[in-house]
Ligand binder design. Structure first.
Ligand SMILES: [Zn+2]
Length: 75
């Protein structure tokens, strides 16, 4: 009876060890893709640096941080 209990503990221990080994060998989840770098532009009115996607472009190819600064024009 004593040996049966020891054998049961060993079997459970091996089962836990194999389960942990399987988890460790699993493929790690892929890293989230980083955003592509974006060009920074300067507001022609106040000099604020902002990403080109957030900037407001005027017909003469100058950038502004807001429509208000676009109306005020370059300084
Ligand atoms: Zn501005």
């Amino acid at each position: 009876m004593k040996y049966l209990l020891v054998a049961l503990v060993v079997i459970i221990a091996i089962g836990i060890w194999r389960n942990n080994r399987r988890k460790a060998g699993a493929v790690p989840p892929p890293k989230p893709r980083l955003r592509q770098p974006e060009d920074m532009v300067t507001c022609a009115h106040c000099g604020l640096h902002l990403p080109s996607s957030d900037a407001i472009t005027s017909p003469d190819r100058t950038y502004y941080c807001s429509t208000e600064h676009r109306h005020l024009g370059p300084r």
